[in-house]
Structure formats: C-alpha cells, structure tokens
Ligand binder design. Structure first.
Ligand code: NAD
Length: 456
C-alpha cells in the first residue's frame, strides 16, 4: 500500500469512531502488551544484531520501559478520559465549564536508532491511549529492529489503525508530504528543524524529542564511589549512544583526580580489563558514527581508555582530560563512549559555563548540599534534572520527559503521553435563564455602567 492510501484509510477508520472508543483503546493496549511478551526474544535478538545490546540492557531500557508505560496507562486511562469539570467565573453564570480530552486523529511517530524499539513504541502507547490511528516510521539505521517491527505490527494490528513505513529520509519526506494531525519526532536537533519547517506548511503540531550536551556536575563533598558507579553506568550504557547520557563532566577541582581514579576502577569492574572482550558492552551503530567519534579523540589527554577497532566498530569507554570548550568534543553532542572532563572552582563558575550553552535535555548534579541542588535547579535550564544519579528520571511515568529550547518541544511518558496525543477541548454550557441584556446592542451609558459593575 502506498503512503497516501495508508493515511487515507487511517483517516476513514478514525472517522468511523472505533479508535476513539475507550474499550477499544484498552483492548489495543493489551494487544500491544501481548505483541511484546510473545516476541520478547525476537526483540532482544534484533537489538543485539543492531547494537550488540546485552539482553539486560535491552530488557531494562527498551522492553520493560514500554511494558511499564502500558501498565501505568491501563491503570489510569479511565481517569484521564473523564471530562474535567472546572469552575465558571461569576460573569459567565449560570453555566458550567468542562475540559474534554479528544483524540487528534491520524498521527505520525518518527524514531531514531539508539533505543530503536522503545523510542518508537513508547509514544505509540500514548497515541493508542488518546484514541488515534498511527503511522510508525522506525529508523532505517537500526535495520534489524526496524524490520522486526514492520513484520510484527501487521500481525497484531490492521494497517488502517497502526501501520509501519520503513525507509530512509526519502520515506520520511514522503510521509511529511501527507497531512497528519500530529507529528511526534525523536532524533537530532538538526533533523528536528527540518521536521518542524515541513510541519509548519500545514500547521501540523509537533512534539520534538531532541538531543544536546547534558552536563554532569560533581560537587566537592560527595560519596565518590557511588557517584563514579552511577556516572560510568549512565555514560557507557549503550556505548554512550543515549540521548540523556552525561555528555561531559564538570568536576570540582579538588576531587577531580580522586573521581577519575574511581571511574577507572568502575570501568574495570563493569567491563573487565579489556572491555572489547566484555559481553556487556555495546558497539557503535555504524561506520559513519565510528569515524565521527574517533575524530573527537584527538583533543586533550586520554586519561582512561582510548582503544578503538574499526572492524568491530569498537571504542573503549574513554575519559578525556585537559579539554577546553573550543575542542571539537565540546562543540557537538558526543553520543558515544567518550567522556570529557572540565573542572570548576565554585558552583557559580560551573553554572556560568553551562549557561553559555544551549539548554540540554538532561542535567545531572551529584551533591548532598540542598542549597547547591536548589541553586542548580533554579539557575540553569534543561529538559529535566536528576540529582545524585543519571538517566533514571526518564524511567518514571509520573515525570513528563522532554527537552526545552533546542533540546525539544513538548513531553511524553505517563499522562504527558496521553495529553500530547489529545486535544484539550474547552466546553462552556450556558443556561438559557437569566439572559443579561446589557451585553446586547444598542449600547447605552447605563449598560456600560452595569458591564463595569459585573466585570470589575
Ligand atoms: P536523526 O535525526 O538523524 O534521525 C531520526 C529520524 O529522522 C530517523 O527515522 C531518520 O530516518 C529520519 N531522518 C533523517 N534525516 C532526515 C531528513 N533529512 N528528513 C526527514 N527525516 C529524516 O537522529 P538519529 O541519528 O537517529 O538519533 C540520534 C539523535 O537523536 C541524537 O541527537 C539524540 O540526542 C537524539 N535522541 C533524542 C531522544 C529524546 O528522547 N529526546 C532519544 C534518542 C535520541
């Protein structure tokens, strides 16, 4: 089926009403749950083939996150779909006011390659819950996962309800030529701009889940052991190819060498003396990114790691010291297993450095000092903040996940996904009694006085 026919058929199906029916939405969420549980092994294998993802990382960061979203949505959907009664101002009485969440229609979800299952299917949970038909566009770069999703979805869902369109940017461009009711895009800031410009032509609303350089500040009085472990985990999971990975460290000068020593111990503890031989360490997705990342190793002094192997698309967990903001590694989102380290003397200095950059998707602060925590939260801009850990804030369905400024527009997860894929329709119901005459022409001085009395 060509793209125009898919969208046309989805629109017809949506207009007939089934996707909007709440019982239907619940059935479909359960079907999605079934798709995942029945094909868990195949999903793990596809992720392994694309990124050499270890089963535990695939399960924790891809499968279970989506299953958790479905479970949470099933628990709360009846509450979310209820019209919300709000108060009515005195001047509009007698009457009542409500906000009703209405499905948008036919939506498009475009995803990247780094968590190729989760980043496509977690938004789908919100799209189904909110009562929409969906076209899914997986990333062609994670080819095995893309192919598996394209095989599985039609086995469980009719194409007029959920369809998969595979392909590179040509496929996305063909999709963008169609009129959707919402476009949900996860990917780079550069492509996000292209998507938004194209969507502007038809005034299609967009959610943009983008990237950026997420800083990780380490304050002076902190347990270095736990801090190092959490930084190493957050940075080197998926070989650093994580949108919210700590991009660079900003470390208080006095503790820098002690922290780097702990980070070194941790890398060895997690991945052994030779991480290339570890089953728990991923590979770089393709040659293009391997070349790009190895190019970033040229600046500064490699303090830990630095070994590379092109044939295996391997880059060791690497920490680079003696870096400046002018080095290429600080000029772009790294999106790989390279951790540059900058130092600061006072927290104000660290905040100042962060604020010279575009607002990141995430910001990490390791500090037990409540005053410092508040200072960083209030004086910096970022999509989200995680104190004393990395990445985990995105795992809570209670917390909306998204960027700010160039790291994104809008959010999802939990109720935020439902809201993103819904229109909040405002409804005022007026009583026919007490029809105040003073608002109607012909206008008089007396009517104006009355109007001023009522409206203040
Ligand atoms: P990307 O922007 O290159 O690609 C994303 C999607 O856009 C893919 O499906 C791709 O086929 C499509 N695409 C690529 N070029 C296009 C074009 N010219 N026109 C239309 N569509 C096009 O991103 P990527 O390399 O797959 O992923 C890495 C980026 O995604 C990083 O910047 C990362 O931070 C970001 N990311 C963000 C999140 C988040 O939740 N905010 C999550 C993961 C990744």
């Amino acid at each position: 089926m060509d793209i125009s026919s898919i969208v046309r058929q989805q629109r017809q199906f949506w207009q007939q009403g089934s996707p909007q029916n709440v019982d239907f939405r619940i059935q479909q969420l359960k079907l999605l749950q079934q798709l995942i549980t029945e094909n868990g092994e195949a999903i793990l294998q596809a992720l392994g083939a694309d990124l050499r993802k270890p089963a535990l990382e695939s399960y924790g960061a891809e499968i279970s996150l989506v299953l958790g979203e479905i479970k949470y949505t099933l628990q709360h959907l009846h509450q979310w779909v209820k019209p919300q009664s709000v108060s009515t101002p005195l001047s509009l009485l007698p009457g009542s006011s409500q906000i009703v969440s209405q499905p948008l229609g036919v939506v498009l979800i475009i995803s990247p390659w780094n968590y190729p299952f989760q980043l496509l299917i977690a938004p789908l949970v919100g799209a189904i819950a909110a009562g929409n038909c969906t076209v899914l566009k997986p990333s062609e770069i994670a080819a095995h996962t893309s192919q598996l999703i394209a095989e599985l979805i039609p086995k469980y869902f009719r194409p007029e309800y959920i369809a998969v369109v595979e392909g590179d940017k040509t496929a996305t461009q063909a999709l963008l030529a169609e009129k959707f009711d919402h476009i949900f895009f996860t990917g780079s800031t550069a492509i996000g701009k292209i998507i938004m410009a194209k969507a502007a032509e038809t005034l299609t609303p967009v959610t943009l889940e983008l990237g950026g350089k997420s800083p990780c500040i380490v304050d002076r009085d902190i347990d270095l052991e736990v801090t190092a472990r959490r930084i190493v985990w957050g940075k080197f999971i998926n070989a650093g190819q994580t949108c919210v990975a700590p991009d660079y460290l900003l470390v208080q000068r006095e503790i820098k060498s002690a922290l780097l020593a702990k980070i070194q111990d941790c890398i060895q503890e997690f991945y052994g003396a030779d991480p290339a031989a570890s089953d728990d360490y991923c590979r770089i997705i393709n040659d293009f990114h391997w070349q790009r990342l190895t190019g970033l190793l040229r600046a500064g002094r490699i303090a830990i790691g630095g070994q590379v192997d092109q044939g295996d698309r391997y880059i060791a967990p690497t920490v680079i010291d003696q870096i400046t903001w002018d080095d290429p590694v600080m000029q772009e989102e790294i999106f790989g297993p390279i951790l540059p380290v900058l130092e600061y003397e006072t927290l104000e200095e660290a905040i100042e450095q962060i604020n010279t950059q575009a607002p990141p998707l995430a910001l990490y602060l390791f500090s037990d000092d409540h005053r410092h925590q508040q200072q960083v939260i209030t004086q910096t801009k970022s999509g989200g903040v995680c104190l004393n850990d990395t990445i985990l804030h995105l795992a809570s369905p209670e917390l909306p996940f998204g960027g700010v400024g160039s790291s994104g527009l809008g959010s999802y997860h939990g109720k935020a996904s439902f809201t993103t894929f819904s229109h909040q329709k405002s409804i005022l119901t007026k009583s026919r009694f007490l029809d105040m005459q003073f608002r109607y022409p012909p206008y008089t001085e007396a009517k104006l006085k009355l109007l001023k009395f009522f409206l203040g």
